[in-house]
Design a protein around this ligand. Structure first.
Ligand code: IPE
Ligand code: IPE
Ligand code: MG
Length: 256
């Protein structure tokens, strides 16, 4: 009995220490494992994506209470077009459903939604709903929700390089004036802080072309939990792990 009590005490102390640490202002998530979640249940992959939508709802709802100001979710990569046509169509149908259904709730929760990625070759219907969602939530400030859709980190950097090159070619920009800040201002994330914490679910330990520029000094957190199973508690656990990290940004430990 005594042992259990003291263990609890220890755990409590650890909680206090954890809560005393810094909180990430910007959390990015690679929401992975929907297909495996469905497969494990003998369901079609699209059912995993549908269950994943519920996890998005949970995380968006709990983020502001955890001190998160920016939440960036990887929904569809430039490489995901390689999937079977039916899965791609199903994903876009789900996206439309989510955005159409949730926009008014998101607005009521003070969530500003922005979509990061190449819009040109998106299905027309998807383009319409995302534009409407962005316009309707433009005045919200409680949580900045970025949904990376048809997003690829390399494509984003190439796009920025092209924009700078055409300004330079037009004589509007001196090549020497190109700095990291000038380039960052051409990225989809312009004006936003870089992610403090990246979470990837489903046990895969790679970036899969997500936010290559912005993740330069981000703390990485990998969990085996499949995205549809990801709960508010899992998010809290990731934040607790973050609080124990020591970020040095190439400098040295900042103690005495
Ligand atoms: C993540 O789940 C969702 C998208 C990439 C759209 P996956 O569909 O990649 O699930 P797994 O990795 O096959 O389990
Ligand atoms: C990354 O997951 C993309 C999204 C979560 C939207 P993938 O499942 O596509 O990544 P890989 O293929 O395992 O690297
Ligand atoms: Mg995957």
């Amino acid at each position: 009995m005594q042992g259990v009590n003291s263990l609890k005490q220890g755990e409590r102390q650890e909680m206090v220490v954890q809560e005393a640490g810094p909180r990430p202002e910007h959390v990015a998530i690679i929401m992975d494992g929907n297909g495996r979640w469905a497969q494990a249940r003998g369901l079609p992959r699209i059912m995993g994506h549908r269950a994943g939508m519920e996890a998005v709802r949970r995380v968006v709802q709990s983020a502001p209470g955890l001190g998160i100001k920016y939440l960036t979710l990887f929904a569809f990569s430039t490489e995901n077009w390689r999937r079977p046509r039916l899965e791609v169509e199903g994903l876009f149908a789900l996206l439309r459903e989510y955005v159409e259904k949730e926009t008014s709730d998101l607005k009521a929760q003070g969530v500003r939604v922005r979509f990061l990625g190449e819009r040109e070759n998106l299905p027309q219907a998807a383009k319409k709903v995302i534009e409407r969602c962005e316009a309707e939530t433009a005045g919200c400030t409680r949580l900045m929700l970025n949904i990376a859709l048809n997003y690829g980190g390399r494509a984003e950097i190439v796009r920025a390089a092209r924009a700078l090159a055409s300004r330079a070619a037009a004589g509007q920009l001196e090549p020497d004036a190109i700095t990291a800040e000038v380039l960052a201002a051409e990225l989809y994330t312009r004006g936003m802080p870089d992610p403090d914490l990246l979470i990837r679910t489903s046990g895969e330990m790679r970036l899969s072309n997500f936010l290559l520029w912005q993740l330069a000094y981000t703390e990485l957190y990998f969990t085996d939990v499949l995205w549809p199973d990801f709960t508010q508690d899992d998010l809290a656990q990731a934040l607790a792990a973050y609080r124990k990290r020591e970020r040095r940004f190439g400098g040295i430990q900042n103690r005495g």
